[in-house]
Design a binder for this molecule. Sequence first.
Ligand code: HEM
Length: 228
Amino acid sequence: MNTITIFGRKFTWLEVIIHLGAWIPLLLISIKFFNGGLTVNPIQDIEQRTGRLAILWLVLSLSCTPLGNIFGWKEMIKRRRTIGLYAFIMAFIHVSIFIALDFGFAIDLIIAEILEKRFILLGALAFNGLTLLAVTSFKYWQKKLKKNWKRLHRTIYVIAPIVVIHYGLAKKGNLLSLQGDIIRPVIYAVIVTLLLVMRIRPVRQWLKNFWDRLTTKVANWRKSQSPA
Ligand code: HEM
C-alpha cells in the first residue's frame, strides 16, 4: 500500500484524501462566513451547508462495506470508522449552529421548535442515533457489547433514511407534485436505497459474482493484448 509520512505517522493516500476532504470544505465555509461570502442569511447558509456535508459523509460511510465486500476495495472497510466519525462531526457542527447561532441557546424555544416541526424532530432523532454510534465506535465498546455492538451499529440502516426524510422535508419539497427543491433529496433517497438493498444477501452475492466475473474477463483480455 502506498503511504506518505506526515509528522512521523504513515498515512495511506485514501486517508489523506479523507482528512483533506473533511477539513477543506469546513475551512472554506468558515472563511466565507467571516469574510461575508455567504448569502444574505449567513446563519441559514452555513446551517444548510453543514447539513449537506453531514448527509454526504453519512452516505460515504454507508458505501464502505459494499465497496469493500462486493467491489474488493478492502481499504474502505478499514476507513469506515473514520468516515462515520466525520459524518458525526459534520452533524454535530450542523446541530451546534442550530442551537448556538440560530436559537442563541434558548432551550425552551429549541424544544418548542423540535415539537412543532416534524423535520426537526426527525433530525434530532437521527442525531441522537449518530451520537450513540460515534460514542460506541471505540474498541472498548466493541468488546463490551460483543454481539450487541453489531446490532446497535445496524441502526444506521434506519438513521440514514430518517436523515433523507429530514432533508426532503427541510426543503419543503413534495415528492408527489415534485414541488420545492426536491431533486437532491430524491438523489440521496435513491443512493441510500441502493446501498441498503446491496446488503441483502442474495443481491450482495449476485453483485459480487458479477463483479468477479467482469474483473476476471478484463484481466484475461489484458493478458491477451500484452506482447508475449
Ligand atoms: C438535532 C438535530 C438536527 C437539527 C435541529 C437540524 C436542523 C436543521 C434545520 C433547521 C435545517 C433547515 C435549514 C434551513 O433551510 O433553514 C436543516 C436542514 C438540513 N439538515 Fe438538519 N438538523 C438536525 C440533524 C441533522 C442530521 C443528523 C443531518 C445529517 C446527518 C442533517 C442534515 C440536514 C440537511 C442535509 C439539511 C438540508 C440542507 C439544505 O437545505 O440544503 N440534519 N437541519
